[in-house]
Design a protein around this ligand. Structure first.
Ligand code: AMP
Length: 300
């Protein structure tokens, strides 16, 4: 089953205790697609400026990602810059420049409009809504967002959530969205906004899935080589949605397994800057890490 994704395509400047990169390939749609393509074909929607090096997307094109829905507009590409201290769970955004995103009106190619799975990656909720309006009866809609939009575009975001089946947020975003500090109570309140399932990412502490029928918790895979956490959330979503689309199943067990695949893909992503690690993976490595993950949580 194909997955349509709309999100940012970015040039990121990132500093961590292990080094820094300037204008590196990033953005929520890029990290998502780089991970999801190992499970299902992806149709990308987004915008880049004249300064964007299109060859940076060649690895996606070669790996079952359709980039026909990416527009190239006059102006500069979206830019984001952030810095991490010794606690890699804490990051400070130094700069967000919307640039071409400020005037972007997504126009979906005809072949995208019947997409069964839609992932609304972190981007202006107005654009998320706009894309949703152009898709004819998707089977499942999964949505992400961030503090920037919860603060700045709350009403539009609530409209998006009404049309969402699964929302994927980090801890801080859940609390901010519903104004409740207890995470379980906060997650239940999120379910009242529309989604059937909330997946809450807790950085190096794993991910919690909450639905009206219960909870599931998966730890993060404890990789020793955390280099740059940027894109962990989006690559988690890539593994998660990609796996659901691959099996075209939405039962509790499939969603649990999808959470684990999400954790596996995020654990690879953080081992290098930008999408370097996700670029070079193979399916055998993914299977092996899944196996190691199983061992890690096995109890008799
Ligand atoms: P994550 O670490 O998963 O939260 O995602 C980081 C990615 O989100 C970076 O590659 C950024 O380019 C992108 N990003 C940061 N701020 C925004 C924003 N306001 N809208 C869309 N994408 C963003």
């Amino acid at each position: 089953m194909r997955v349509l994704v709309v999100g940012s395509i970015a040039l990121d400047t990132v500093k961590t205790p292990f080094g820094e990169v300037e204008d590196a390939l990033g953005g929520s749609a890029v990290y998502f697609s780089a991970a999801a393509r190992y499970f299902a074909p992806v149709d990308m929607v987004g915008v880049v400026g004249e300064d964007f090096p299109m060859e940076g997307l060649d690895f996606l094109r070669a790996g079952s990602v359709n980039i026909q829905g990416i527009q190239r507009m006059k102006g500069r590409t979206f830019r984001w810059s952030g810095v991490y201290g010794s606690d890699l769970n804490e990051r400070e955004t130094l700069d967000t420049q919307l640039n071409v995103f400020a005037d972007f009106h997504p126009e979906l190619p005809e072949s995208y409009r019947d997409a069964p799975y839609v992932f609304l990656a972190n981007i202006d909720p107005t654009l998320q809504l706009n894309v949703l309006d152009q898709v004819r009866g998707p089977k499942r809609v999964v949505c992400d967002t961030m503090n920037f939009w919860i603060e700045g575009k709350r009403e539009t975001l609530l409209k998006v959530l009404k049309r969402t089946d699964i929302v994927v947020l980090n801890e801080g975003e859940v609390r901010q969205l519903v104004g409740e500090s207890d995470l379980i109570k906060a997650s239940k309140k999120v379910l009242e906004l529309g989604p059937e399932v909330a997946v809450i990412k807790k950085g190096e502490h794993g991910a919690l899935m909450v639905s009206n029928s219960g909870f599931f918790f998966a730890p993060a895979y404890p990789t020793e080589h955390v280099f740059d956490p940027t894109g962990a959330g989006d690559s988690f979503a890539g593994g998660f949605v990609g796996y659901l689309a691959q099996g075209d199943a939405f039962d509790e067990e499939s969603i649990r397994r999808a959470v684990v695949y999400g954790s596996v893909m995020a654990s690879f992503n953080v081992e290098r800057f930008s999408v370097e690690r996700l670029k070079a993976l193979d399916k055998k490595e993914i299977r092996e890490r899944l196996q190691a993950f199983r061992e890690m949580v096995r109890v008799d």
